[in-house]
Write a protein that binds this ligand. Structure first.
Ligand code: GLN
Length: 549
């Protein structure tokens, strides 16, 4: 702990400035200097974790190896710093109060009055300190929300105290703000930055570095102005201009000197820390060379907020990089699938993904999409609910089980091919009652999934309650759906696939959480291979929809 350094990211002016990506990029740059890095996100909202939050509002719930349901920024962190994080890598006000109140109930505070300062702030500091293990050189801490929010105050107070606790040189405060361009006056404006830094200072924190987000580069003159007014050295004013791809951000920020100024603030000897950017430059080369066009339809319920499928989109991109292909995503509202099919507006797709989801709305549309992909050789990957939908479709249309459904959506179905397992109790608390985190699966030798993974034992992250009903497995397999992966005891179906199809694979897991820009996930990689082949006319294309009728 004594050698560990801490970088605190706060944001001002507006949300959605890309604080998570900036923190991730710095993490990557520090890793390129040979430093061992971890990142934590502190979220000031009251939910204990984002697991119960609506994806429409909050975007995807990112699942860690150990089953933490966390903020989607953790996905950026993992993809950029290429480290697996854990449930402790995300803490919310709710989880912090829960811990403090549990201590109070146990009598740990010996009858004292429990207060925001010091008890809540101590708990926040403890969450940060816990991550400073012997194998970590730098802990990057991103605080969600913006300075000026009511609920962020205890976090800023904890961050302020932290520098006193661990020593000046062990802490670097980075503040991210927006420098808007005002068209009528033709100028970039620094006033919002000044106000936001004033707000931060009123909490006792003087930033060491100010990262200015803008659509145009910040001029030297403007940097001097920010430097003067906000009292940071001019080289600590970093211009973070919009980049064409998020994967270019680390290089953009390096050009601006972000990692240099952070290392200098932290007295990390730069000479001894030779920078090797070659690994990341390979990633940006891959991005630049990804030109072969492929169109992938993502059939979902939350398509109006693409952040709800963030890791799926990034996985498709990574897979595209591998094949030199640029995956453009077509968002398909599941409920509209029957109409789109009737109007022949899906046959141009080179591939389809049916991602995870909860709730009945749009499920019939997803089943129709799976049916279309199966019958017309459209490469298709089903993720979690996507697998369940493929199973229901196969039950109804291959095995002849009329009315087959998942018990989640039809409690009276004559054929509950997807169901809760016998040992699952009635759910009373919606938090954390799912099968969460990494589970091992045994793959069928020679199957498409075994070929894709190149091994027969795999581990993937899960987040679901329902399973393929073992009572129906025989009938599904007799009808031609191959259960190509199961839990090691053979009880739970983990993968399904169709032989004689260019690519039709479902997984009960969420492989999208493990894809990295330079290491695409094997299932996405092979989906995209089939998509590219279809796009380039090497697979049979659907010409006539009616031929299937
Ligand atoms: N709703 C389904 C279940 O609970 C699928 C969940 C998911 O797609 N993540 O099993």
């Amino acid at each position: 702990m004594s050698d560990t350094r801490f970088v605190f990211f706060t944001g001002g002016v507006s949300s959605s400035l890309g604080k998570g990506l900036t923190a991730s990029s710095l993490g990557r740059l520090l890793k390129c200097r040979g430093l061992r890095v971890t990142i934590v996100k502190l979220d000031p909202y009251i939910n204990v974790d984002p697991g119960t939050m609506n994806p429409f509002e909050h975007g995807e719930v990112f699942v860690t190896e150990d089953g933490g349901e966390t903020d989607l920024d953790l996905g950026h962190y993992e993809r950029f710093i290429d480290e697996n994080l854990h449930r402790d890598s995300n803490a919310t006000t709710g989880s912090i109060y829960q811990a403090v109140i549990a201590k109070e109930r146990r009598g740990d505070y010996l009858g004292r009055t429990v207060q925001v300062i010091p008890h809540v702030t101590d708990e926040i500091k403890e969450r940060i300190r816990r991550l400073a293990t012997d194998d970590v050189d730098v802990v990057i801490v991103e605080v969600g929300g913006t300075v000026g929010d009511i609920e962020i105050v205890p976090f800023l107070e904890a961050l302020r105290q932290f520098r006193r606790d661990v020593g000046r040189d062990n802490v670097c405060y980075v503040h991210l703000t927006l420098v808007p361009y005002l068209a009528p006056s033709g100028e970039q404006k620094t006033k919002p930055t000044q106000h936001s830094v004033t707000e931060l200072r009123s909490r006792g924190i003087q930033p060491d570095v100010i990262v200015c987000r803008s659509d145009q580069p910040i001029s030297a003159g403007l940097k001097r102005k920010v430097s003067l007014l906000c009292d940071v050295p001019v080289e600590a004013v970093i211009s973070a201009v919009d980049a064409p791809s998020i994967y270019e951000l680390p290089l953009v920020l390096h050009e601006e000197g972000l990692d240099d100024v952070v290392c200098r603030t932290l007295r990390l000897d730069l000479q001894a820390r030779q920078l090797d950017l070659s690994g990341w430059e390979r990633v940006t080369d891959l991005v630049a060379q990804a030109v072969r066009p492929v169109t992938v339809g993502v059939v979902g319920k939350y398509v109006n907020l693409p952040d709800a499928y963030l890791s799926v989109v990034e996985s498709l991109r990574h897979a595209g990089f591998h094949h030199g292909a640029r995956a453009s995503i077509e968002w398909i509202q599941a409920e509209q699938v029957p109409d789109l099919l009737a109007a022949d507006r899906l046959s141009h797709l080179d591939a389809m993904v049916i991602p995870g989801g909860f709730g009945e709305r749009g499920v019939e549309g997803k089943i129709a999409a799976a049916s279309f992909a199966r019958r017309h050789d459209v490469p298709c990957l089903g993720l979690c609910l996507g697998l369940q939908v493929m199973v229901v479709e196969a039950a109804r249309n291959m095995a002849g089980l009329a009315g087959a459904h998942s018990r989640e959506f039809d409690s009276c179905t004559p054929h509950p091919v997807i169901d809760l397992m016998d040992d699952q109790h009635e759910v009373v608390d919606l938090g954390g009652t799912m099968r969460l985190g990494s589970y091992v699966a045994q793959l069928l030798p020679g199957s498409r999934v075994a070929q894709a993974y190149g091994t027969e034992v795999v581990s993937e992250r899960h987040r679901h309650r329902y399973e393929v009903n073992p009572r129906y497995r025989g009938r599904l397999e007799a009808a031609g759906l191959v259960c190509s992966g199961t839990s090691p005891d053979g009880r739970l179906v983990e993968f399904v696939e169709l032989p004689h199809h260019p690519f039709y694979v479902g997984t009960q897991a969420h492989p999208e959480f493990k894809s990295r820009p330079d290491r695409p996930h094997p299932l996405f990689r092979d989906l995209l291979a089939a998509a590219v082949a279809r796009a380039e006319g090497r697979l049979p294309h659907l010409i006539d929809l009616d031929a299937d009728a």
